[in-house]
Design a protein around this ligand. Structure first.
Ligand code: ZN
Length: 339
């Protein structure tokens, strides 16, 4: 007579757990709300300050920005993957070769990690690049506040939010890697290096959510709460559905699919770090705000960022990653790599 009671009881626990991991649960809400415009702004004014000298690949300024990120992870109590001795995945200069007419110094990807509570071997990768293009010939700094300071600071807030959930006893079931890649601006080299030297097997990498420029608006969307989402239905039919449901239940942004076509003349599907994951048949979603007047100019500055919108877009990535990390089955790969 005891067994059925135990079964019923555990079924009850399971179902109440499932409810609490949803968007209506306390754990989700308080973590979601911990992502704030104020904190994003505080981080971005540092990451995109003149002190970081435009974060050219391997430069002193970039290393300084990297140290800031690591110090922030330290403060929130988030560490690097256990298999690494520190946060750095070093890339030798020789790997980059001669790109954009010059060689580039040694450089580092920076990896922060939260281990999953139930399926630690399955991995969600959230990425953004922390390099930019340095200074112009007159020494004026390309601060790269939007490109990709915005994605860089979003990762800090996302890690803090997932870590808060973990502290509240509702940490992600799958593991999450916060991947700050280097050398994007010289041809997606940091993400290429990571996918060729993955710290966790690519076969157990469920998805890559890549953030590259989410703090501004392009002229045709001025004043709108929107974001371009690219690639989300290319490799997994489930990813776009999850992304749309997450948006509907939380941020309610206009998800714009204008560039979501590998044949689009802007070729954005190929133009940021997610592509190195997609190439390896890992489903991707790329979050992007469009091309604006300060794109790759010395005027891409922190005072031009819309911090409320940056907060909402970061929260959308959080809600999407939350579902991808906590749902029972990992998303299926049923689409084709279109190359
Ligand atoms: Zn970029």
């Amino acid at each position: 007579m005891r067994k059925p009671i135990v079964l019923l009881f555990s079924a009850f626990i399971l179902s109440s757990c499932a409810v609490n991991m949803g968007y209506d649960g306390k754990a989700f809400k308080s973590s979601y709300e911990s992502i704030t415009a104020q904190e994003l702004k505080k981080h971005l004014y540092i990451v995109a300050s003149d002190e970081m000298e435009g974060r050219a690949t391997g430069s002193e300024g970039m290393k300084k920005a990297g140290k800031y990120l690591i110090a922030e992870y330290g403060k929130m109590g988030v560490s690097h993957p256990k298999v690494m001795t520190d946060f750095y995945q070093k890339i030798p200069s020789a790997y980059f070769g001669n790109r954009r007419g010059t060689t580039h110094p040694d450089s580092e990807n920076i990896l922060a990690y939260i281990e999953g509570s139930e399926k630690p071997e399955e991995l969600i990768v959230i990425s953004s690049h922390y390099d930019h293009v340095g200074k112009n010939k007159d020494g004026v700094v390309y601060n790269g506040a939007d490109d990709d300071g915005s994605g860089t600071v979003a990762l800090l807030e996302l890690a803090e939010a997932f870590n808060k959930a973990k502290k509240d006893g509702k940490g992600p079931k799958r593991s999450i890697l916060f991947l700050h890649v280097t050398a994007e601006e010289i041809g997606l080299q940091g993400s290429r290096f990571y996918t060729e030297n993955p710290v966790f097997p690519l076969a157990s990498t469920v998805v890559n959510l890549n953030i590259d420029m989410i703090g501004r608006s392009d002229p045709e969307n001025e004043g709108k709460d929107y974001v371009y989402v690219i690639g989300s239905e290319m490799l997994s039919s489930e990813l776009k559905t999850i992304s749309e449901a997450a948006n509907k239940k939380t941020t309610n942004l206009e998800l714009n699919y204008k560039y979501d076509d590998p044949k689009d003349t802007m070729r954005l599907y190929y133009r940021s770090d997610h592509y190195n994951f997609a190439k390896n048949n890992i489903p991707v979603a790329f979050y992007f705000d469009g091309i604006h007047e300060d794109y790759h100019k010395t005027t891409d500055d922190p005072e031009k960022i819309d911090y409320e919108l940056l907060q909402k877009r970061t929260q959308l990535v959080f809600a999407t990653a939350w579902e991808l990390a906590n749902r029972d089955a990992r998303i299926i790969v049923d689409g084709k790599n279109t190359r």
